[in-house]
Design a binder for this molecule. Structure first.
Ligand SMILES: Nc1ncnc2c1ncn2[C@@H]1O[C@H](COP(=O)(O)OP(=O)(O)OP(=O)(O)O)[C@@H](O)[C@H]1O
Ligand SMILES: [Mg+2]
Length: 367
């Protein structure tokens, strides 16, 4: 089937939403790349088919078509489920617009609901994250300043003390002040100017892998599952290493904490894939790198599962609860995002990092 379309429709190629053009008989004359992604069908498979074959048993869609045709105006049907000929069910909103651009006479535009929900959730997360970061920065500054004075005064006091045995108390003050100081230093991520340069994601992962293997107990498997055809991204190598390492170290620590024998061997998988037509922080990218860090450990404790990216949230003894907050900050600086899915025996952190040739040259880091 011919995929050539009138030149006025050429822009459809670049839309993230799925677009189908139908002729008078309601046969598909064109499917854009967005439709191929959303419906998991190639344009070749859909083209020439009647719309009732592409979406069998979808009364709502057919009445939307009738409505648009009868009223000669666009008609939108909100939030309904369609099943494709591949038996994939999708929640979508569909807009049907009559046009006079032979051979096309109807434009069908589909927006996937779960994608919209994800974008909305991501926007909320970003706002929350920025508010948290600012609050913490201010708080850390306020705590850090008097700490120096407190420590200095304790040292002076120590010199003046009449009995050496009393130094035990000043030492407690000094040590605790130092502990707080290092926590504040971690909270106030040093503002090193990011160094953005072409970075190979697999070099980042190989570095993480060798660090993990060096510091992990014997018997830990770190498996690679790479798509080596992925292009470089423009990024700060050190920050990317730190982000992935923080995530992977948590996996190692969680797996170490569960008692031995009855479990399968501890395994971490580092996986890379290409993800197409991705919307991140309201911006659409043709391609993003999807990086997954998967472990078969005990899973994230359910009581903190929704809050793990918040600062100071920790589920382990001695944890400061900053590893994931920092990882998220670094990934956000690359205009990417992190998600997590966890149940006992399977925890998967997914990082999306956009690749975009023109915008990358002037990548402005997010704070
Ligand atoms: N792969 C994982 N499996 C099980 N639990 C996890 C995993 N990743 C994170 N967690 C839980 O999330 C919590 C928060 O992790 P985060 O890295 O932010 O802080 P932390 O490890 O406690 O301290 P820090 O990294 O600052 O030393 C961890 O304490 C742990 O309970
Ligand atoms: Mg950690």
């Amino acid at each position: 089937m011919n995929q050539t379309i009138p030149s006025s429709f050429a822009g459809l190629e670049h839309l993230a939403t799925a677009v189908l053009l139908l002729d008078q008989e309601r046969n598909v004359v064109y499917a854009n790349p967005g439709a191929e992604v959303v419906f998991a069908l190639s344009a070749k498979q859909i083209s020439g088919l009647n719309i009732s074959q592409v979406f069998p048993d979808c009364e709502i869609l057919h009445s939307a078509l009738e409505n648009a045709i009868t009223n000669h105006s666009p008609f939108r049907e909100h939030e309904f489920v369609i099943t494709t000929l591949r038996q994939n069910s999708l929640a979508v909103t569909c807009t049907v617009t009559p046009v006079e651009l032979p051979p096309a006479c109807l434009v069908l535009e589909f927006q996937q609901m779960d994608q919209q929900l994800r974008i909305a959730r991501e926007e909320r997360m970003l706002i929350q994250q920025q508010a948290n970061a600012e609050l913490l920065r201010n708080l850390a500054h306020e705590i850090r300043n008097p700490l120096g004075g407190l420590r200095g005064a304790a040292q002076l006091l120590e010199h003046e003390l009449p009995q050496v045995s009393l130094r035990e108390y000043t030492q407690v003050i000094i040590k605790e002040a130092d502990r707080l100081q290092s926590l504040m230093d971690r909270l106030l991520v040093p503002h090193r100017v990011p160094k953005y340069e072409p970075t190979n994601i697999h070099e980042v992962l190989e570095r993480v892998r060798s660090l993990l293997l060096a510091e992990s107990p014997q018997g830990m498997i770190v498996r690679r599952d790479y798509d080596t055809s992925l292009p470089d991204l423009i990024g700060d190598r050190e920050k990317l290493i730190q982000a992935v390492l923080n995530i992977a170290r948590n996996a190692v620590q969680a797996m170490q904490s569960q008692s031995g024998d009855m479990h399968a061997p501890s395994e971490i998988i580092l996986r890379t894939r290409a993800e197409r037509q991705v919307t991140l922080a309201k911006k659409r990218y043709r391609v993003a790198i999807k990086l997954q860090i998967i472990d078969n450990g005990p899973g994230i404790p359910p009581d903190i599962r929704d809050r793990i990216f918040y600062p100071l949230v920790s589920g382990r003894d001695g944890g400061s609860g900053l590893g994931l907050t920092l990882a998220q900050t670094f990934i956000t600086q690359h205009h990417g995002m992190i998600e997590c899915d966890s149940r006992p025996g399977h925890t998967c952190f997914t990082i999306l990092l956009p690749i975009e040739s023109t915008a990358m040259k002037c990548l402005i880091p997010r704070q």
